[in-house]
Design a protein around this ligand. Structure first.
Ligand code: AHQ
Length: 240
């Protein structure tokens, strides 16, 4: 686990703590070479397909990690709020949800639902990064697990740039398939704002403040390592 400079024994003020969290923006995966090439219109269709197929594994795992957070959270008022994230992804009888929307994204870039659902192109590095996220949220105190979701403070800006680039430079992708990101632009700010206020309000010791920042660094590294694997592509001989 990455460590941050130990703070002096005194607690950070809310403003100092928030600044420490926002400072991790420099680790966010929008800066990764793969996302930079995506945003410059330089990815091949094969690279876009591999990215969509691997991000599907991340998306389908989000409800599992959020359910893990719920299972560790004794407070009904927080669970009532947090459960909305599971519904946003899994959907319910009247809304299809984000996982279904990601399947449509996969079809829009030329993958079949079967290829996605069977996780046919999921790379070891992606699988292990995502599984590490689920395990982190199962084993850490719920507040520290919630802190790891604060990468979404940086998500909307990245998604806005990406959405514009996909629409501009990848005309072969049916823009209806990009609906996932349009919906995310509404959901992510709301989710990040709730999580930020909870972390700022509830982390009332030096240790919990430092652990919250370290959780955010862990998650930034997890997103980064996913893209390292996707950029490297398939290297296993049996897939030659
Ligand atoms: O589509 C994304 C999503 O549903 C989530 C949930 C959230 C979390 O709880 O960790 N993080 C997240 C993210 C999504 N999309 C990523 C992207 O760049 O498209 C960003 C990612 C995040 O910032 O953690």
């Amino acid at each position: 686990m990455q460590t941050i400079p130990k703070q002096s024994e005194s607690l950070w003020t809310k403003e100092e703590f928030q600044a420490q969290l926002y400072a991790q923006k420099s680790r966010y995966h929008d800066l990764h070479p793969f996302h930079r090439r995506m945003n410059e219109g330089l990815l091949t269709p094969t690279e876009v397909k591999l990215w969509a197929a691997n991000r599907y594994y991340y998306q389908k795992s989000i409800p599992l990690k959020d359910a893990a957070i719920l299972s560790n959270c004794p407070e009904r008022t927080i669970r009532r709020e947090w459960i909305g994230r599971i519904i946003d992804h899994d959907g319910r009888k009247d809304t299809e949800g984000g996982i279904e929307a990601w399947l449509r994204l996969g079809e829009a870039v030329g993958l079949s639902r079967t290829e996605l659902v069977e996780e046919r192109y999921v790379l070891p590095g992606v699988r292990y990064a995502v599984d590490a996220y689920i395990n982190f949220c199962r084993t850490q105190p719920y507040l520290i697990a919630i802190a790891s979701s604060l990468t979404e403070l940086f998500g909307p800006g990245a998604i806005k740039t990406r959405l514009a680039a996909l629409e501009q430079y990848y005309p072969w992708i049916d823009t209806a398939g990009l609906e996932y990101f349009r919906v995310r632009l509404q959901q992510a700010p709301r989710d990040a704002n709730y999580a930020l206020n909870l972390v700022l309000d509830r982390c009332q010791t030096c240790s919990s403040q430092e652990r919250a920042v370290e959780a955010l660094i862990f998650k930034c590294d997890l997103l980064w390592s996913q893209l390292d694997a996707i950029e490297r592509g398939e290297t296993r001989p049996m897939y030659d």
